[in-house]
Structures are given as structure tokens and as C-alpha cells.
Write a protein that binds this ligand. Structure first.
Ligand code: ADP
Ligand code: MG
Ligand code: MG
Length: 250
């Protein structure tokens, strides 16, 4: 699903990612962990195609197609979904209307017609039911006065509706209470399938109590310095990141 080869990227003259190799197969969930400032958010932004970062070397493939040169919206249309760290408030645009527009834009980009209203409604109902989201929530203005948990619920709902091939969830440290963690985890667990892949980026092990990853990678100073199974996350929880840094130095 996702193949990253020798990826170097950064901003202006600062290199942040210093040679990342990663292979994520369909059906897999990978967790990327690492200390603050190691490049986790940069990696997710670069995969999603955010403009502020420049790729200086290497490639990113989605289902074998090199997407390194594509704009963020083109990648989204090809099935890359990234959760928003700082979601914007859009007063007057409901959760439902926002996702309807997003879906139809994707279809338009592929040369397809808009989704018929009845089909859209059915899909919204189905996904809302799956994720236990109530009607009231769907008619609220996007992100306006949303709690941390509600923001997460909206993100997961968007993911459910868009049915991405590759979902990248950058779960930044602050503001994720236990409810929000559970919402994300339940959503991911319900939406994971043999046809999609999920990359969960997190500083904390706690999320991985709920989302059990197939592989865990540790990012340090712009490189993946260790990969392992879910046990690696437990080891990190117990020992912190310092021993990894030591290992890298030695
Ligand atoms: P993490 O998500 O692991 O905490 P980040 O990817 O946010 O790490 O940041 C990695 C490093 O790159 C940090 O030193 C950070 O200050 C720097 N960095 C990230 N984005 C930018 C940017 N847009 N401009 C300048 N420096 C950046
Ligand atoms: Mg950070
Ligand atoms: Mg980050």
C-alpha cells in the first residue's frame, strides 16, 4: 500500500527526515513512535503532501505509484487521508455538509458524477451507526466549540466516509483524554480491513493499548532507528526513549 524509499525532507536548509524506509502492506496497522521533535509530524505531513516541506531525496509510493510529486489534494483523491492536528472551525458548515463536499470533490477529480443524495444519506447513516455518532452531532457546525473527543469523532467519521486506502493519524500528545483515545481506537478498529492500511503516529504508548499495531517503528532524529512488534511499544513505555538514543550513539 505504502512504500517509502530513502526519504529525505525538510524545510528550507534544515533537513528533518534523514533517510526513511518504510513498507506498509494492505491490512496492516503500523505505529510510529518517538521522542518529541524526532520528525513524526513531519513524516505524516510529507506523506500527505503538505507544501511547507520539501522532499530532497527519495520517493513515496501508494500502491506502486510514485506520489512524491503530487499535490496534497491529488494524494487525498488517490486515497490518502490525514487527520488534522489543528482543525479549522467552519461556522455554518455542518459535519455532514463538509463530508458531502469532500466526497463529491473526490468523485469529480476522478471524473465521476456526484454521489446521489439517497446513497449519500444511506452511507452517512451507516457510518454514523457503526461509530455510534448521533444525528445531533452530524448537524453541528464543523469544529465549532468541539471538545477534544468531538474533534476526534469528526475525524474518524470523515475517515469512515472517505474510506481511504491509507489513513495517517497523527495523535499529538496534548489534549487527548481517555475518551478521545477510545474514540480514535474504536474507529480505527472498526474501519481497519484487508483493503486499507493505517499509520498511527503517537508519542505515547497508551493509544496502542486500544489499537494493536502489527508493527511499531521508533523515529529518532529523522531516522527509523528500531522496528518491532507491538511488544516494542511496551518496552518503550517501560524504559522510555533514552535507551534507544543510547543504542543509536553506540
Ligand atoms: P514530532 O512530531 O516528532 O514531535 P516534528 O516533525 O514536529 O516532530 O518536528 C521535527 C523537527 O523539525 C523539530 O525540530 C521541529 O522544530 C522541526 N520542524 C518541523 N516542522 C518545521 C517547520 N515547518 N519549520 C521549521 N522547523 C520545523
Ligand atoms: Mg512535536
Ligand atoms: Mg508531532
Amino acid at each position: 500500500m505504502l512504500t517509502i524509499k530513502n526519504l529525505h525532507a525538510g524545510v528550507e536548509d534544515k533537513e528533518i527526515l534523514k533517510g526513511i524506509d518504510l513498507e506498509v502492506k494492505a491490512g496492516e496497522v503500523h505505529a510510529i513512535m518517538g521522542p518529541n521533535g524526532s520528525g513524526k509530524s513531519t513524516l505524516s505531513s510529507v506523506i500527505a503532501g503538505k507544501e511547507e516541506y520539501e522532499v530532497t531525496q527519495g520517493e513515496i509510493y501508494l500502491e506502486g505509484e510514485d506520489i512524491s510529486e503530487l499535490e496534497a489534494d491529488e494524494r487525498a483523491h488517490k486515497g490518502v487521508f490525514m487527520s488534522f492536528q489543528y482543525p479549522v472551525e467552519i461556522p455554518g458548515v455542518s459535519v455532514t455538509n463538509f463530508i458531502k463536499t469532500a466526497i463529491n470533490e473526490t468523485r469529480k477529480a476522478k471524473g465521476e458524477d456526484e454521489m446521489p443524495a439517497s446513497e449519500m444519506l444511506k452511507k452517512i447513516r451507516e457510518k454514523a451507526e457503526l461509530l455510534e455518532i448521533d444525528r445531533k452531532f452530524l448537524s453541528r457546525s464543523l469544529n465549532e466549540g468541539f471538545s477534544g473527543g468531538e474533534k476526534k469523532r469528526n475525524e474518524i467519521f470523515q475517515m469512515a466516509m472517505l474510506e481511504p486506502k491509507l489513513a495517517i493519524l497523527d495523535e499529538t500528545d496534548s489534549g487527548l483524554d481517555i475518551d478521545a483515545l477510545r474514540i480514535v481506537a474504536n474507529g480505527v478498529n472498526k474501519l481497519r480491513s484487508k483493503d486499507n492500511a493505517v499509520v498511527v503516529i503517537t508519542h505515547y504508548q497508551r493509544l496502542l493499548d486500544y489499537i494493536v499495531p502489527d508493527y511499531v517503528h521508533v523515529l529518532h532524529n529523522g531516522r527509523i532507528v528500531k522496528s518491532g512488534s507491538k511488544e516494542l511499544a511496551l518496552e518503550l513505555e517501560e524504559k522510555g526513549y533514552d535507551w534507544i538514543k543510547q543504542e543509536v550513539v553506540n
